[in-house]
Design a protein around this ligand. Structure first.
Ligand SMILES: Cc1cc2nc3c(=O)[nH]c(=O)nc-3n(C[C@H](O)[C@H](O)[C@H](O)COP(=O)(O)O)c2cc1C
Length: 266
């Protein structure tokens, strides 16, 4: 029992430490919300929703007057934090992620203002990360929103193409997302060992349908996300291509050294 609890703790810990993709979104009339619901059924990701601090505002009233006003304030002074509408505090540690998918509505051919606030504060922390962009609009092309994203995440590694889902296509989001994930090679980007350790002498590797350990051999175990051990071996490497696709936790131990990695078998 004790062993099982330690194992489960290790698995939970590894899943938390190695969570890899963050989805951040804002949605006013729920189209992006529905898109993100479809997205999260297809990938393993943490999701945060950005919320304006001021509740109950009607951005579309009087021919979108408030939305226009917020965007004009940003455009007038894009480098000034006070130009951006306040949002609720966001609890996220960007160091946990190496891919961020941002999903936002288009407002007047720009990125919706509250989401710009989020990126103004967190975009610089996305330096070097893979960035996927999803935009929802009624009909306008999304070039302006992508430009806003690139301004606010100046050193992001933007993946091509961006995904544009028109409001009228929202109910078809699942299949559009599935094709898009293929187009950006999402599985290739996020598969295999998720973290590179400084300890190069003792590391789990995945290559050519095998999983193995660099360094002195010890015990290598692989768990599925239900906590079941599906492989345990003292061999240096073992075939994994017969396993069902999905997320697994690999743990290698040897003489007091231990390394745990999340791997994605496709
Ligand atoms: C303030 C505001 C401005 C908008 N401007 C445009 C626009 O210029 N072109 C367009 O095609 N859609 C525009 N829209 C429509 C939204 O982009 C579209 O409805 C989108 O699906 C909304 O996503 P959401 O439901 O997640 O908020 C605007 C919506 C708002 C609220």
């Amino acid at each position: 029992m004790k062993k099982l609890m330690i194992t489960m703790a290790a698995i939970l810990c590894a899943a938390a430490i190695n969570a890899k993709t963050l989805v951040a979104y804002y949605s006013y009339t729920n189209n992006v919300e529905r898109i993100v619901t479809a997205l999260r059924s297809q990938i393993d990701a943490d999701v945060i929703e950005i919320e304006p601090a001021e509740k109950g505002l009607d951005y579309a009233a009087n021919n979108y007057a408030l939305g226009t006003q917020l965007l004009n304030a940003i455009k007038a002074n894009p480098n000034d934090a006070s130009s951006y509408p306040a949002i609720d505090p966001v609890d996220v540690n960007m160091n946990d992620y190496d891919m961020v998918i941002i999903a936002a509505p288009l407002w007047w051919s720009q990125m919706a203002a509250p989401f710009q606030t989020f990126l103004f504060h967190y975009g610089p922390q996305m330096k070097g990360k893979n960035i996927g962009v999803i935009v929802s609009s009624a009909s306008s092309g999304i070039g302006g929103v992508v430009a806003d994203a690139k301004r606010l995440i100046p050193e992001g590694n933007f993946l091509e193409p961006n995904l544009w889902i028109r409001s009228s296509q929202t109910s078809n989001a699942a299949s559009l997302i599935s094709s898009w994930l293929n187009d950006i090679h999402y599985n290739d980007i996020t598969s295999a060992v998720t973290t590179i350790t400084a300890d190069n002498d003792f590391e789990i590797f995945v290559a050519n349908g095998m999983i193995g350990v660099n360094g002195e051999s010890g015990t290598l175990a692989l768990y599925n996300l239900s906590g079941n051990k599906v492989i345990e071996t003292t061999e240096r490497r073992v075939r994994i291509d017969a396993l069902a696709p999905g997320i697994y936790i690999a743990q290698a131990t040897n003489a007091g050294r231990s390394v745990t990695r999340k791997i994605n078998i496709r």
